[in-house]
Design a protein around this ligand. Structure first.
Ligand code: C2E
Ligand code: MG
Ligand code: MG
Length: 560
């Protein structure tokens, strides 16, 4: 008969403790010697499941007495766990006991049930702890796990040996769209395996979720790791075939120093640097620096004061003339926003990339459109013949299915004829946007409003755009005109020819020199815009230019 007092003691120890490793030996101290138990062995196997992608196997002794144990197992019991795991307990008699009687085996049966319940609880607790600190897809530490790990290094004074990286995969939505979410998950796992293979010592790779990751890499390995982030090839399965996928990342990097007091601060700094690298500077990585912190502070100020600034009408519209290359007449203008703050003019290069990360840019674009319509109405009233004005619209608008109608409502409100307005949009970054863009362009065409593609040649689908979009005007990006090296010339003249044959007008942006102007004219580019003629001008100065109608006097001296 089992000793009730010893049993109660065992149940009490198991019930009041969570960790099996420490508890089971002490819980079995009395009953183990009463039954002559030499050892209790656990064999646990579970296949891969949602929580544990790679499955789990544990093979260990939960209890060993001081005496040597018999080789043959004296009692064995099997269980199946909720997730189809197999659990086998084997009890070995000690060398004095040799074997168990049938009566004893009945008692051991009850004792094993108790251990099984205890182990189940222990496993659940560990799983919850694991899930709290690890990402379920990759098994990498999640934000909680990363911070816990960093706190450990910080406490030991080791964190300063590392650079912290917060990185985001570039154009990953395209991978998702091409491969579907299930295969994309596998691509992420393969990508992580490549990065994991790079780690040494106490370096860390963690996943914050989606395509956002954190790494801690020894400072002397910065260059190598940045190279890895710049691009690695991963395999993806598409229609039963393996195809290579190039995965690159944009990173914010913090060179952790002794001023750092909290791990969270490191990640906040890195995230700021990443944000600026990705959305403002368009660079593959940026290091945290005092200037960057200042920049980020300024950005936050821009975002927080923007809505009020719109309400206070702090924005002005400047006009930059578009000029015909044959007779230098002004054939159009581009409306460009300026923020006038306490008498200072802030250029859009400073605030557009910041507000473009929010929907605020949409409010600005409509503000500019309204102002342009008001100016056109004013010119007509004063007998000044208006010219076509192009207005920039951010791609952020494309998610608005009523964009074309909203634009027309503004034109109607000021009785502006559609021939006076052109809409400028930059090239799209992905296919989803391309679909939205086609829809918008077709609607706009229905309203007789012309449409230009801004910064042509720098985007994702330049050639595709030529082929399949009802575009009226291509604005060739300034970068093609800047140096006019041999390759630029080849690309430029061919773009102009293709566009002309497709009956699109070409406007070259950023013309600063007579040589550029001449080259463009000789290559059949009919319209240019640039500082050679004028910078964007306030309304009154621009009116003087339309009055004069052309730049032929200024450029009379140049050879034709
Ligand atoms: P963008 O639409 O490509 O406009 C042309 C930019 O190039 C203007 O800069 C113009 O001043 C500049 N530029 C023109 N000719 C020359 C030249 O010969 N040399 C040089 N170095 N630059 C030249 P700006 O006005 O600073 O605008 C910068 C960008 O900000 C614009 O590029 C446009 O993307 C954006 N932006 C400006 N206003 C608005 C707006 O109302 N809405 C939106 N969504 N974006 C705007
Ligand atoms: Mg533009
Ligand atoms: Mg442009």
């Amino acid at each position: 008969m089992i000793n009730i007092q010893s049993l109660e003691k065992l149940i009490h120890i198991l019930a009041t403790n969570e960790s099996s490793d420490v508890v089971i030996p002490s819980a079995f101290e009395e009953l183990g010697s009463q039954y002559g138990i030499g050892g209790i062995q656990l064999d646990f196997t579970v296949g891969g499941n949602f929580f544990l992608k790679s499955g789990m196997r544990k093979h260990a002794f939960l209890y060993r007495s001081k005496l040597p144990m018999e080789e043959a197992c004296g009692f064995e019991k099997h269980f199946t766990t909720g997730e189809n795991g197999n659990v086998v307990f084997q009890i070995f008699a000690d060398c004095n006991k040799k074997s168990f009687s049938d009566e004893e085996k009945k008692d051991l049966d009850v004792l094993i049930d108790l251990i099984f319940i205890h182990c189940g609880r222990w496993r659940l607790i560990n799983l919850v702890k694991y899930m709290g600190l690890n990402d379920s897809l990759t098994g990498l530490p999640n934000s909680g796990g990363i911070l816990t790990y960093m706190d450990g290094l910080l406490a030991n004074g080791e964190l300063t040996d590392y650079n912290a990286y917060y990185f985001n995969l570039s154009r990953f939505s395209l991978v998702n769209k091409k491969f579907g979410s299930r295969e994309t998950d596998q691509i992420i796992v393969r990508y992580c395996n490549i990065l994991k293979a790079f780690l040494t010592g106490k370096e860390l790779l963690g996943r914050l979720g989606g395509d956002n990751f954190v790494a801690l890499i020894q400072k002397e390995r910065t260059e190598e790791f940045l190279k890895l982030l710049a691009g690695v090839e991963v395999e993806g399965m598409l229609a039963g075939r393996n195809v290579p996928v190039m995965i690159s990342a944009v990173a914010g990097v913090s060179e952790i120093d002794e001023h750092i007091k909290a791990s969270g601060q490191v990640l906040d700094d890195c995230s700021t640097a990443l944000n600026i690298a990705k959305h403002v500077e368009k660079k593959p990585y940026m290091f945290v620096s005092p200037e960057l912190r200042k920049k980020s502070f300024k950005q936050k100020q821009i975002v927080s004061s923007f809505t009020k600034a719109i309400g206070n009408r702090e924005f002005s519209v400047y006009y930059q003339p578009k000029v015909h290359t044959e007779n230098y007449s002004i054939v159009g203008a581009e409306a460009l926003a300026r923020w006038i703050q306490d008498g200072n003019v802030i250029s859009p290069a400073e605030f557009i990339p910041v507000i473009e990360q929010t929907d605020m840019v949409c409010a600005l674009d409509f503000y500019v459109l309204e102002q342009v319509c008001m100016d056109i109405r004013d010119w007509l009233k004063r007998g000044i013949q208006p010219i076509k004005v192009s207005v920039n619209f951010s791609r952020k608008h494309l998610s608005n299915p009523n964009l074309a109608k909203d634009i027309m409502n503004v034109l109607d409100k000021y009785s502006t004829e559609s021939k006076y307005i052109e809409v400028e949009l930059t090239e799209t970054v992905d296919e989803v946007e391309s679909d939205l863009l086609v829809h918008f362009m077709e609607e706009l065409k229905g309203y007789n409003v012309s449409m230009s593609i801004d910064d042509f040649g720098t985007g994702y689908s330049s050639l595709n755009m030529l082929r399949s979009f009802p575009v009226d005007v291509l604005k060739i990006d300034k970068s093609f005109i800047d140096n006019l090296e041999e390759n630029d010339k080849i690309v430029l003249s061919n773009i102009i020819n293709m566009a002309t044959e497709l009956q699109m007008e070409v406007v070259a942006e950023g013309v600063e020199t007579v040589q550029q102007l001449e080259y463009l004219r000789e290559n059949n580019c009919r319209v240019v815009q640039g500082f050679l003629f004028d910078k964007p001008l306030p309304k009154e100065q621009f009116e003087d230019k339309i009055h004069r109608g052309s730049y032929s006097e200024e450029l009379a001296g140049i050879k034709r």
